[in-house]
Design a binder for this molecule. Structure first.
Ligand code: NAP
Ligand code: GDD
Length: 332
C-alpha cells in the first residue's frame, strides 16, 4: 500500500518541490488548494494528473476536517501560509488567522480524525528576529519582528503543544530562507534575478531595492524539502533548524546576480526608502548541527550556484517567445 501525504500550500514554491519528492518516493499526494477566481497551478503544471487536488482553506475548519477525514493520510505537511513579511504589516489580522490559528485548525482536525497521522509545520527563522545569539540553534530564544514572525511563533508553539498534549507526531522545521527559480517575484532573491534578466535583455534599466545591509542564510528550496520528509521518518518527533550556516548580505546578492550576467550593479540599482520595513531582521545565520547529525542534512547547492541558477532561469523565461506567467508577481 503506498503511503498517502496531504500537502497544504502545494501551489507554492516549497509545495511544488515537496510534491515532486513525495511522488518520486511512491507516495499518493493530495495537494490542498484554495478556491481562486483563476487557476494558479503554474508551479505544479508538470505534475498535473499525478497530484490529487482538493480545495480547503486555512480559515475554514470544516474544509480542513473534511480533507483529513476523506484522505486519511499517513503524513500532513502544512506549508500553506501568507508568507510575505511586508504584507503582514498591512494585513496583520489576516496573517494571524492564516498562519497561527490556521495551524490550530489543522492540528485539531488531525487530532479528531486519527492521532497516528504525522504532522510537519513550516516554522521560520523569522521567529529569531532581533536575534539573541549568533548563530541561531533550536535553543535560541525567539524575538519576532513582524506580524508574520509573531504568527509563525504561535504556530510553532501550538505544534509543540499538540505534540505534548495529545502525543501527536507533530514537528516543526525552523527553516532559514530558501529560494529557487520558482520563488515568488516579490522576495528579494527573485526580485533581483528577475531584474537582472530584464536589464540584461534591455527590458528594463533600473531595479529599486530596500535595505542592502540585511543578511540572510540563503539555500536552495529543493534541498530543504528533503529534510521536511526526513523529519517525519524519525523514531522520535523533534524540531530542527535547517540552514546552510553561511550568511550573505542583500548587497552580496546584488553583486553576485549582476556579476553572473556580466553587468555592473552600480549602474542599475537604486535604494528606495519606501521598501524599508517598520522593523527589520538584520542578520540571520543558522547552526544546523543537530539536523546534520540526526537527519544527515547536507545542502548540495551553495549561494553562488543558487543565484546563478535563478538568473539563468529568468533569462530563459524572458527570452522565450511567449514567456510563461511569472509566479508571485507583485508591485513591491
Ligand atoms: P509560498 O510560495 O508563498 O506558498 C504559500 C502557499 O500557501 C501557496 O500555495 C498559497 O496558495 C498557500 N496559502 C496561502 N494562504 C492559504 C489559505 N488561506 N488556505 C490555503 N492555502 C493557502 O511560500 P513558500 O516559500 O513555498 O513557503 C512554504 C511555507 O514555508 C510557508 O508556510 C512559509 O511561511 C514557510 N517558510 C518559508 C521559507 C522560505 O524561505 N521559503 C522559510 C521558512 C518558512 P496560493 O497559491 O493560492 O496563494
Ligand atoms: N522583498 C524584498 N524586496 N526584500 C528586500 C528588498 C526588496 O526590494 N530590499 C531589501 N530587502 C531585504 C529585506 O528587508 C529583508 O531583510 C531581506 O531582503 C529578505 O527579504 P525577503 O526576500 O522578502 O525574505 P524574508 O527574509 O523577509 O522572509 C523570507 O524568509 C523567511 C525565513 O527567514 C520568507 O520566505 C518568509 O516566508 C520566511 O519565513
Amino acid at each position: 500500500m503506498p503511503r498517502r501525504a496531504v500537502v497544504t500550500g502545494v501551489t507554492g514554491q516549497d509545495g511544488s518541490y515537496l510534491a515532486e519528492l513525495l511522488l518520486e518516493k511512491g507516495y499518493e499526494v493530495v495537494g490542498v488548494t484554495r478556491r481562486l477566481s483563476a487557476p494558479n497551478l503554474e508551479r505544479i503544471e508538470h505534475l498535473r494528473g499525478r497530484v490529487d487536488l482538493r480545495q480547503a482553506d486555512l480559515l475554514d475548519q470544516m474544509s480542513l476536517l473534511s480533507v483529513i477525514d476523506e484522505v486519511r493520510p499517513h503524513e500532513v505537511y502544512n506549508l500553506a501560509a501568507m508568507s510575505f513579511v511586508p504584507t503582514s504589516w498591512t494585513q496583520p489580522v489576516l496573517t494571524g488567522d492564516y498562519n497561527a490559528q490556521g495551524v490550530t485548525r489543522l492540528l485539531d482536525a488531525i487530532r479528531r480524525v486519527d492521532t497516528s497521522i504525522r504532522f510537519y509545520q513550516a516554522s521560520s527563522s523569522e521567529m529569531f528576529g532581533k536575534v539573541r545569539e549568533t548563530p541561531q540553534t533550536e535553543a535560541t530564544p525567539f524575538h519576532p519582528r513582524s506580524p508574520y514572525g509573531v504568527s509563525k511563533t504561535f504556530a510553532h508553539y501550538i505544534t509543540v503543544n499538540y505534540r505534548e498534549s495529545y502525543d501527536l507526531f507533530a514537528v516543526a522545521g525552523i527553516l532559514f530562507n530558501h529560494e529557487s527559480p520558482r520563488r515568488g517575484l516579490e522576495f528579494v532573491t527573485r526580485k533581483v534575478t528577475d531584474g537582472v534578466a530584464r536589464i540584461k535583455l534591455g527590458l528594463a534599466d533600473r531595479l529599486s531595492l530596500g535595505n542592502l545591509d540585511a543578511h540572510r542564510d540563503w539555500g536552495f528550496a529543493g534541498d530543504y524539502v528533503r529534510t521536511m520528509w526526513r523529519m517525519l521518518q524519525q523514531d522520535v518527533p523533534r524540531d530542527y533548524v535547517i540552514a546552510t550556516g553561511v550568511s550573505r548580505s542583500v548587497g552580496d546578492l546584488v553583486e553576485t546576480a549582476f556579476g553572473h550576467a556580466g553587468l555592473d550593479w552600480r549602474e542599475h540599482v537604486r535604494t528606495d526608502p519606501a521598501l524599508l520595513r517598520p522593523a527589520e531582521v538584520d542578520h540571520l545565520i543558522g547552526d544546523a548541527s543537530k539536523a546534520r547529525a540526526e537527519l544527515g542534512w547536507s545542502p548540495a547547492v551553495d549561494f553562488e550556484r543558487l543565484i546563478g541558477m535563478m538568473v539563468d532561469a529568468d533569462l530563459a523565461r524572458h527570452r522565450a517567445p511567449t514567456p510563461p506567467l511569472a509566479v508571485g508577481a507583485s508591485t513591491r
